[in-house]
Ligand binder design. Sequence first.
Ligand SMILES: [Zn+2]
Ligand SMILES: [Zn+2]
Length: 336
Amino acid sequence: MEREAIAACLSVPRGPVEIRKMPVAAPGRGEALVRMEACGICHSDVMITGLDKLPLTPLVLGHEGIGVVEEVGDGVANVAVGDRVGITYFAAGCGVCEACRAGFERYCAKQTNHGYTRQGVLATAGIVAARNLIRVPGSLTAEEAAPLCCAGWTAMGALGEAGVRAGQLVAIFGFGGLGHLALQYAKHAGARTAVVDVGAEKLEFARQLGADVAVAAEDARKTLVKEHGGADAAIVFTASAAAVPAAFSCLKRRGSLILVGLTADTYTFSVTETVLKGIRIQGSYLGSRADLERVFELAERGVARPKVTVYGIEAAPELMGELERGRLTGRAVIRF
Ligand SMILES: [Zn+2]
Ligand SMILES: [Zn+2]
C-alpha cells in the first residue's frame, strides 16, 4: 500500500529544512509504523542541519516523538498495534559489543539513531526501530511527553553521572530544554540548584521554577565560588563555547564537570588545578533505560514536567533557527 507522511526533511547536507511529502513503506523486521502525535525539536536536530555529510538523504529529522503504533513488522514482541510509544535518538545497538553487553548501549559504536542514520519522526508518520520504544502513559499529553524522550532523558542521565546527593550544589549551565528539566530533577533529588545562562528571561524562568541561585554567565564564578563555596557538580547543557571553562571555574574541590552539550570546540584545562583539586571531567550522552523510565514516572506523578510551546509542522524550519539563536524558552514541540 502506498502511504505518505508530511515530514521535516533535509534533502541535501547543510540545506534548508523543508516540509515535504515522504513515502512510508511497510515496517520491516524489528520495525514499527508509528502514527505520530507530537515531536519536540532538539539541539541535535539543529546540529545535524549543519553537518557536511549525511548518512542518508532525504533525511527526516526528529528523535523526540510520541505516537501510536499502527503496524508492526516481523519479530516485534515488545509493542503491539494500538500501543502509545515514545521514540528516542537511540534506535538500536549492535547487542554484542562490550558497551551493549554492559548495559551502556548508548555508547555502542555501531548504534543507529532516529533522525540521523535512520529516518526520524518529525513527521506525521514514521518507520522506527521497535526494540527500544518506551510505553507512554495515557495521562500525559503528547506535547508534554515528547520532550521527555530526549531532553528529559539526557538531563536525567547527566544528573546520574554527576552523582549529586541531597544537599549538594549542582550548577546547570544553559537553561533550555534540557536545563529546565534537569533543575526539576535535581530539586526532587534534594540538591541545591544554581542556574547559569546568558539570557535574562531564562534566568527569570529558572527563578520561577525554584532555582536557589540564578546568575548571569559573567558573574557565575564570583557568585558560586565566593558566596556558595563552589559547585559539587557543574553540568554543561549549552553548546556555547564559553560555558565549559566557566563551569570548570565554578567547581569546588573534588567537584565534577559533566559535559552534555555538543560543540565542535576544543578546550584546554589546567592540569595542575585539575589534579590538585581532584576534579573529575565526564562526558554524558543520553541516559540508561532506567533513566528513561524514571523521567516518565516523574512526569506522570506531576513531579517534573516540561514547559512546552506547541506549533504546527510548518513552523519547524524557523524554529530550528530560533533554537540555534537561544531564543526559545522551554521546549518547542510540533503537534501533528
Ligand atoms: Zn535530542
Ligand atoms: Zn554494541
